[in-house]
Design a binder for this molecule. Sequence first.
Ligand SMILES: C[S@@+](CC[C@H](N)C(=O)[O-])C[C@H]1O[C@@H](n2cnc3c(N)ncnc32)[C@H](O)[C@@H]1O
Length: 354
Amino acid sequence: MTRVNNVSVKPTVIDLFSGCGGLSKGFIDAGYEIVAGLDNWEDALETFVFNHPGAKKIKIDLAKVVPRELEKKIGKRIDVVIGGPPCQGFSISGKRNPDDPRNLLYRGFVKTVAYFKPKAFLLENVPNLVSMNDGKVKDEILREFKNIGYAVNYKILLASDYGVPQNRRRVVFVGIRGEKGFEFPRATNDNLNKVSSKMAISDLPQQSVEDGGNYPSPPKSNYQEEMRKKSTGIFNHQITIHTPRTIEIISQVPDGGNYKNLSEDLHHTRKVNIAWTRLNSKLPSFTIDTGHNHHFHYCFNRVPTARESARIQSFPDNFIFLGGKTSQLKQIGNAVPPRMANVLAKELLNYLKE
Ligand SMILES: C[S@@+](CC[C@H](N)C(=O)[O-])C[C@H]1O[C@@H](n2cnc3c(N)ncnc32)[C@H](O)[C@@H]1O
């Protein structure tokens, strides 16, 4: 936080491709002001503004962003630009081709940073971005932002190293205006101190809970206690009703198991190698998906609810998802885990003061 006329001023942020705002949530909790979330998906934006009071939602196709017009809508100086452009937007073939339509989403991010000239930016993406086109995509990102005045560092981070009950890997690029590059924060949770899926969700009941319903038990772990801190009840806990056949098959898979635990004749009932996978109660979850119904609870014969998935992503229980169940699962599965974002956001504060 900087001081102007002896008053603390929060660094201002815009979140491009904001989704429901997992990344933003981490920044808010670190003391930033989220000015606006920009996305072209109404449901996610509704969730975004519901949970980030004071922030604007700007529904926009970021492939066509005109930063000057955006500036009018935002009406504030921006200190930090954050966001995760969809990875299809990174089809840079090593040589820059600004006219390639597939590049437009990434270009939207670059154009916005170049126009607003924030003190810093943070760009998040899938880890294979680093090796895409033999590393040329990553090199191009580094070069492009250097050309507009940023020292850029990147790292592939594992969310469970930062207290998230999930082994989700993401690459994060952080650019600081000027010469001094960002040093990524050390892991907060070593291998002996990871948050397991059981620690994350064992207090949530087997059956659906009407929105706002009571917790059936006190929290059973520090993590659950933390997640419930500002909560007034359970939201987004509507279970999926599976067919009797699905229930019969998944009941044969043990905690932490998968299709290999089924009899041979059932191995090919689903044509994906992640089929019939159960969470392992003793370990952080694998990367949760956006609601494909292939991953199951570690002991219940059903897929995790939106609230269970949100816990695995480290969204606190007072972060409420709007839209239908399918939409909620997609918003959650798309998100950057707020706890991981929070560790990065706190570290970044040190660079903004300088
Ligand atoms: C990976 S998600 C972002 C998740 C977000 N960073 C979070 O932490 O919750 C990518 C987002 O990009 C949005 N998106 C995709 N194409 C877009 C476009 N052309 N213009 C604006 N937003 C777009 C999607 O709707 C989606 O919400």
